[in-house]
Design a protein around this ligand. Structure first.
Ligand code: C2E
Ligand code: CA
Ligand code: CA
Length: 672
């Protein structure tokens, strides 16, 4: 029996006895157990129950939806915290048949637990639409509140009740910021309705709500009222904030990006115009960073960029902004009364800081940077001009030998135009086959015989005549056109070699491979094609790569070198001694030749320490050695004595055209 199972206190019993007398159906619902705990006779009829025992044996939890169950627990909480009483239209399903009743709910504490006292005021006789809309209001996740015009709420639907902290609050108190309440008030005064997205106070803390409010009348009392409907849009707001963050920040370094600089610039400009002072924009570009990416890999490059951005952040004072412009370029925006001086000082501090060596993955790296500065005085008032000017100034710092600072001036525009024009010209020149392989003989140090040559690119420009690599290679490298140039030179060399082969002239020609060509995944396939089309043997080609490519000592470099060797090509390290390669690593690579850089040969025979070191290194590693830039007999004599096998240099010949080279070959043949 129910009354035996649960001990009911004498005063509760007395209350139940009183309730039994009332005409309204009244029952007590045990929210925790989801059963009717007690019901008067009228309630038993409503529930279509034969007895209290039978009714309380029904497990109401069986077909109760999650939403209803959550709401009941919310009610329990409302009773507990606020002693709330409220009236709602409820539809019960006694034995499956719907009955809609207006029910007043209040809390009833029993044995330390909060139960729900339900009093049905009467059957709702409304039409089905009204019943359904009342039901919809109960279950809607839209939070609906009917406020008195100048007082607390008259009604809250369950979704609104779930959020309210103080049921007695007026609508203004619902907003976190008084300014939002004021704004809504203005809208209501103007048009009787209003809408805004604002932060409101809820039990879950401040949340973003989209609030719509409308002036109306209370249907019960006729007094002026306000109907609020609210949706929680916090997640949308968060997503929006995230999207805004992503649009204005760089994900790698967490720094603002160029969009951010563009967006924040007008405010800075206004501030400077009001308070005096001037703006400077610094464009910082890491020198030869592309080499690092090509040789050490992008992951390594990324880590380096993060480190560099940390250094930049440390240098800045409050109010100064650093952003990543993209790639290895950073922007710094500052304002100061004497901005030229401040910018110059900062730029040098940046150069010094970035130049500190650093260790990454067991590798010591040292970088330099070139910085361009644009000041307001240059007529740059909008951020676009600032960016363009700073960029031009940065390029001029690079042209001046890198690792330096340069201020923008008007002549730079003309130079930028010239650079673009040059790139266009090169493209056209490549299409028209204006680039030509010249040959500089490679000579046997002992016999003096020409045993091969290095192919060096020349541009037979239709108007400007014969051009040397220093006038086009940098532009080719910057624009990526160097790959096409390398391909064209290689094709010519392969064709010439096939011809010499047919004339039984055994020559080995070395060809320069740019870093981007070397790391191109298509490289081996392209080489294969070139060999096939020309009929030239791979063994007669030596590929010259720069030392920096070996710095990575990563697997892909080794794989590429191994497959080139397997195809039959010889590999030479160009300009040896100018890079930073640690000698110990050389033995890990399948190399054939080291070419000592001209700068070490020019000091011979006096300054001989490094050439001596390199000659003994070649002996130990069993590599051929080629001395570059040999201009005097004394230099050649020294090389002979050291056992260096080959040389190139003006002493024998400058790089010459194909016809001229073939003439040199014939001369050599007749003289021997
Ligand atoms: P490099 O590979 O170190 O080529 C040697 C450079 O030294 C050549 O300059 C050559 O003319 C010069 N040289 C040779 N002997 C002497 C000498 O006795 N005294 C002096 N003072 N100089 C000498 P060049 O032809 O102007 O080439 C410059 C650079 O351009 C090359 O340096 C190479 O890095 C690059 N290059 C040339 N052709 C190509 C090419 O087809 N592809 C690629 N990727 N780079 C190329
Ligand atoms: Ca070379
Ligand atoms: Ca060289």
């Amino acid at each position: 029996m129910l009354h035996d199972a649960i001990q009911i206190a004498p005063d509760t019993m007395a209350r139940f006895a009183l309730l039994e007398q009332l005409r309204h159906p009244i029952w007590v619902f045990d929210i925790d157990n989801k059963r009717v705990f007690w019901a008067n006779t009228q309630a038993l009829q409503v529930w279509d129950a034969s007895s209290l025992e039978e009714l309380s044996s029904r497990d109401m939890g069986l077909d109760m939806s999650d939403a209803v169950s959550r709401r009941l627990h919310q009610y329990q909480n409302d009773f507990e915290r606020f002693g709330m009483t409220f009236s709602e239209a409820w539809t019960l399903y006694p034995n499956g048949k719907p009955r809609s009743l207006q029910v007043v709910f209040s809390g009833l504490r029993h044995q330390g637990r909060m139960m729900m006292l339900c009093e049905a005021l009467g059957e709702l006789q409304a039409d089905p639409d009204t019943l359904r809309s009342a039901e919809a209001l109960l279950h809607s996740s839209v939070q609906i509140t009917l406020y008195q015009a100048d007082g607390p709420a008259l009604y809250r639907n369950p979704a609104a009740r779930e959020n309210v902290i103080d049921p007695a609050e007026c609508w203004q108190g619902h907003f976190l910021l008084p300014a939002d309440a004021d704004q809504l008030q203005q809208q209501l005064l103007q048009s009787g309705k209003g809408r805004l997205v604002a932060q409101v106070l809820t039990r879950r803390g401040p949340r973003w709500h989209e609030v719509s409010a409308r002036q109306c009348r209370d249907a019960v009392s006729g007094q002026d009222a306000l109907l609020f409907s609210e949706m929680d849009v916090s997640e949308l707001k968060d997503a929006e904030a995230r999207a805004q963050y992503l649009a204005t920040h760089d994900t790698l370094t967490g720094l603002p990006n160029r969009n951010f600089v563009q967006q924040s610039y007008p405010a800075l400009l206004k501030q400077v115009q009001q308070q005096g002072g001037q703006i400077a924009l610094l464009c910082i570009d890491l020198d030869r960073f592309k080499n690092i990416n090509d040789s050490l890999g992008h992951a390594f490059g990324d880590m380096l960029l993060v480190q560099m951005s940390e250094r930049l952040k440390l240098l800045l004072k409050p109010g100064q902004q650093v952003a990543r412009q993209g790639g290895d370029e950073f922007l710094v925006l500052i304002s100061a009364p004497q901005v030229r001086l401040a910018a110059e000082k900062l730029a040098h501090a940046i150069i010094d800081s970035l130049a500190q060596p650093l260790w990454l993955r067991g590798q010591q790296v040292q970088l330099t940077a070139s910085i361009g500065i644009s000041l307001c005085q240059d007529g740059a008032v909008d951020i676009q001009s600032h960016m363009r000017h700073a960029d031009l100034a940065m390029y001029s710092a690079k042209d001046a030998g890198r690792n330096g600072v340069s201020f923008y001036d008007e002549t730079m525009d003309a130079r930028a135009q010239a650079r673009l024009a040059l790139e266009y010209e090169i493209r056209r020149g490549l299409e028209n086959g204006e680039f030509e392989a010249f040959y500089q003989p490679r000579v046997d140090c002992i016999s003096g015989k020409i045993i091969g040559a290095e192919a060096l690119a020349r541009w037979r420009h239709p108007e400007r005549g014969l051009l040397f690599p220093d006038s086009f290679i940098p532009a080719c490298e910057e624009s990526g056109l160097v790959r096409e140039l390398d391909r064209q030179i290689l094709r010519q060399v392969a064709d010439h070699l096939a011809r010499w082969d047919a004339q039984s002239r055994a020559l080995q020609i070395s060809v320069n491979l740019s870093a981007s060509q070397f790391t191109d995944p298509q490289l081996t396939r392209e080489l294969q094609d070139i060999l096939q089309q020309s009929g030239c043997r791979a063994a007669s080609i030596e590929l010259e790569i720069t030392e920096s490519l070996l710095l990575a000592h990563d697997q892909s470099t080794l794989d590429t070198l191994n497959s080139l060797r397997k195809m039959g090509f010889a590999i030479a390290i160009d300009d040896f001694g100018t890079g930073y390669s640690s000698l110990a690593y050389l033995q890990n690579y399948p190399l054939n030749t080291l070419k000592i850089d001209r700068s070490f040969i020019s000091g011979l025979p006096q300054r001989s320490a490094i050439p001596e070191l390199i000659t003994s290194l070649c002996r130990i590693l069993k590599l051929d050695m080629v001395a570059e830039g040999v201009e005097t007999h004394a230099q050649l004599e020294w090389l002979r004595q050291q056992g260096c096998q080959q040389y190139q240099g003006y002493l024998c010949s400058r790089p010459v055209s194909l016809a001229h080279f073939e003439a040199l070959l014939r001369d050599g043949e007749t003289s021997s």
